[in-house]
Design a protein around this ligand. Structure first.
Ligand SMILES: *Cc1c(COP(=O)(O)O)cnc(C)c1O
Length: 464
């Protein structure tokens, strides 16, 4: 059984099996309906049913753990899938948005996410961004003492509805991927609690500012084991308890525990689940669920990764020096992390034939390459798959987060179209455009097309 590469194996959980069945149907329909074809060599597909299921699973996991009436906000980390229709879909499922830049905040607002369901967490917020957030009533977590100074000024200048807090770093150490570990001793995020005097500084900051009501920690993204995530939350909870004890009141009323639930990119089944994470939290931090604290979460990858598929045509199948290579239209532009750091970010590949049916037949070792002009542009190396032939399709699975919505414009490759899919009510698949494919005219325009003469006509004053 090769579920690690094919994603269609028997013996999966029903939820995972159904997801694979939906995906196969969507690939077939995408070919039939010509979303992919002569005019589009690569597309991104989003499983609307699956996204709704994940949002519901997240809500259920926490709702069953807290006393009724406890405020719980699940603020989707916009950076995982910065697409307005996705944010609207999640908002309709009662989630909010965690934004970390003016662009992400604009997307959340365009999607109609209400201010009271929005959190701003950026590490480099300007005074103007902070002012806007406070004017809108968006929750802000100050990253460092200098940012808290700015909040002081703003809070004294005008009243705000924004819940305000401080981001802390429990400095518990990293996970298996350095670049997504945020709780290392020297992480760039938040106030490092184990630095000399820092914990006391945070406590005093609260005691001196009755308007600070939240603590925030995000222990990392992907590669952080559940127990480490749990300890990050436990440290934050203990600090809140200390602040409240010294304040003599429930000054910290909300804990923002961040996101970071990892996704297993080598198998179809969802593990760990939100329910498993909540069980770990109940063990490690029982007080979290006693109703004394409102909760904010900021999951990104675990909500979306499973529900995206990059589907690309195999343009050529060739061999070189005994190496078999399927040259496809999906590479570094849609799976940037995988191409540059394949060990940390493996992707499962599924093979489909020219009509979009799961490819059967003898499996062979092959590389799945992208269209970009550098040798390392590979989605997968030495993968055992049914032999991909010219005109077939290769699908990169679990690419719904931090992948095809994060176009990398190498070689001026166009941003592919993204389409959501759902059952059409009569046994087929319906698609909706989430993002139009970029046109060549747009590539030219975004590459200085309106300024073609800018450099040839530039002259120093007085020269000819
Ligand atoms: C990236 C990020 C998240 C989301 O992390 P996931 O691993 O996608 O769940 C949440 N909070 C903050 C502050 C982040 O930087």
């Amino acid at each position: 059984m090769r579920r690690d590469i094919e994603g269609r194996a028997n013996g999966e959980a029903p939820e995972a099996r159904q997801r694979a069945v939906r995906r196969d149907a969507a690939v077939r329909a995408a070919v039939e309906q010509r979303l992919i074809g002569p005019d589009a060599a690569v597309v991104g597909l989003l499983d609307v049913t699956g996204i709704r299921e994940s949002a519901a699973a997240l809500r259920a996991a926490f709702d069953t753990a807290v006393p009724p009436g406890t405020p719980v906000l699940h603020a989707f980390a916009v950076k995982a899938a910065p697409l307005v229709p996705v944010l609207r879909l999640l908002c309709e499922a009662d989630l909010g948005a965690e934004a970390a830049s003016p662009g992400e905040l604009a997307l959340a607002r365009a999607a109609g996410v209400p201010a009271e369901r929005t959190v701003l967490d950026a590490p480099a917020k300007t005074p103007a961004e902070l002012r806007e957030a406070l004017a809108l009533g968006i929750a802000v977590n100050a990253d460092n003492p200098q940012e808290l100074d700015r909040l002081d000024t703003l809070v004294h200048a005008a009243p705000t509805r924004s819940p305000l807090g401080i981001r802390v770093n429990p400095q518990l150490g990293g996970g298996s991927i350095r670049t997504t570990s945020t709780a290392t001793a020297t992480s760039k995020f938040g106030v490092g609690l184990r630095d000399e005097g820092a914990r006391e500084w945070v406590v005093r900051a609260f005691l001196e500012r009755p308007w600070l009501t939240r603590l925030h920690a995000h222990t990392g993204s992907q590669g952080i084991p559940l127990p480490l995530l749990g300890r990050g939350v436990a440290e934050t909870y203990a600090l809140a308890q200390e602040i409240n004890a010294r304040a003599g009141r429930q000054q910290v009323d909300t804990l923002d525990i961040g996101g970071g639930l990892p996704v297993d990119f080598t198998a179809e089944a969802t593990a760990p689940t939100y329910a498993q994470y909540v069980r770990v939290l109940r063990q490690e931090v029982p007080g979290l669920f006693e109703g004394r604290y409102g909760l904010v979460t900021e999951f990104g990858r675990s909500l979306m990764a499973r529900h995206g598929t990059v589907l690309a045509r195999v343009e050529y199948a060739k061999s070189a020096g005994g190496r078999r290579i399927a040259v496809t239209h999906a590479g570094v532009q849609v799976a940037t992390r995988t191409v540059f750091a394949p060990e940390a970010w493996p992707l499962r590949i599924a093979a489909y034939d020219a009509e979009g049916r799961p490819k059967r037949g003898p499996e062979v070792v092959q590389d799945v390459a992208g269209p970009a002009c550098f040798s390392g542009d590979l989605l997968a190396e030495g993968r055992v798959l049914p032999e991909l032939a010219q005109g077939d399709h290769a699908a990169a699975l679990d690419t719904g987060a931090y992948c095809f919505a994060h176009h990398y414009a190498y070689n001026s490759l166009v941003r592919p179209g993204i389409y959501g899919f759902a059952p059409d009510g009569s046994g087929g698949v319906a698609f909706a455009t989430v993002r139009e494919p970029q046109t060549l005219a747009e590539v030219v325009a975004e590459s200085g097309g309106a300024h073609a003469d800018a450099l040839t006509t530039l002259r120093a004053p007085g020269s000819r």
